[in-house]
Design a protein around this ligand. Structure first.
Ligand SMILES: [Zn+2]
Length: 304
């Protein structure tokens, strides 16, 4: 059993939920869902819950591009929120902080959910960054209702995070892939929609007096280790591709010493890690500019 220990067993209500889509303008599932729910708020209404929907980056959604000047989902650092930077996205981050947060204040929503797509073969991935009682029970519930869901634990402190959902007291990101950026895949879209409804149902049930917690279940958790870049030549140019044995193999075990990259002149670059790792965000199209070929994680089994 893993060292992912319980932080708190306290059962605190979750009354306000902010749902954000279109944080990246060409990740269309979340953008379309938020558009639908803004027009028809009754679809996300639940007794005892106050649910608000936000289009993260409307200008980028309009242009069907990830961002126009700077990646909005890296604009929530304390510096930017305090006024640093004048790009469209930095200004939008401060607006969203006022609209949704402010982060760290009492007014901040109890839960902020951010909806993304990825070009990587990650299925429906739930990303969470705290191990408090509510988060553990919520992700266990989501995994129970979507057996193919993957759970990715990315420990980040919300007070210094660059990510949008840090505006909430709890936060959650759903990544759905593989989907070409700028397009829509109906199967992923429908499954993401169902997962958001499951999440809202769970929050409403959680607040009801006498809520009976579901029995603990065994779950696979993938914990963030680090991002790795592509091999590069002396001029900094990418000099290799993801090895065909790894491409598309998100969440599959990559043993120490296994083939990792294939150079353009046909040489194999071997995995330098000394133990098995489990890659995800493999070959994500939007991460070429960030120098990220994949994220390496460690798999563990927990009972939540
Ligand atoms: Zn995204």
């Amino acid at each position: 059993m893993s060292a992912l220990t319980n932080e708190s067993e306290e059962h605190l209500p979750v009354r306000t939920v902010a749902i954000v889509g279109g944080t990246h303008g060409n990740e269309r599932s979340g953008a379309e869902l938020v558009r639908l729910w803004t027009e028809r708020p009754e679809l996300v209404r639940r007794p005892g819950l106050e649910v608000s929907c936000f289009m993260g980056n409307p200008a980028a959604v309009e242009a069907n591009r990830r961002y126009l000047e700077r990646d909005l989902n890296r604009c929530f650092s304390p510096d930017v929120l305090a006024g640093k930077g004048d790009s469209l996205e930095e200004r939008r981050a401060r607006e969203l902080n006022e609209l949704i947060g402010p982060r760290g204040s009492d007014k901040a929503p109890d839960l902020c959910l951010d909806l993304h797509n990825t070009s990587s073969n990650m299925g429906l991935t739930v990303i969470f960054n705290y191990l408090d009682h509510f988060t553990r029970k919520l992700v266990a519930h989501l995994a129970a209702n979507e057996p193919k869901a993957r759970l990715y634990y990315q420990p980040v402190d919300n007070s210094t995070s660059e990510f949008l959902p840090s505006l909430g007291k709890h936060d959650l990101t759903i990544e759905a892939g593989p989907q070409h950026h700028g397009t829509l895949c109906a199967d992923l879209h429908v499954r993401m929609e169902a997962m958001v409804h499951e999440m809202l149902d769970f929050c409403a049930a959680w607040n009801r007096p006498g809520f009976v917690e579901p029995p603990k279940r065994e779950l696979e958790i993938f914990t963030d280790l680090k991002n790795i870049d592509y091999p590069r030549d002396e001029n900094g140019r990418v000099s290799a591709m993801i090895h065909p044995g790894v491409d598309g193999m998100d969440y599959c075990e990559l043993p120490a010493g296994a083939p990792l990259f294939l150079t353009f002149d046909g040489k194999i670059v071997w995995n330098p890690e000394t133990e098995s790792v489990w890659p995800l965000f493999v070959n994500e199209q939007a991460y070429y500019e960030k120098g990220v070929a994949m994220t390496l994680t460690k798999k563990s089994i927990v009972e939540w």
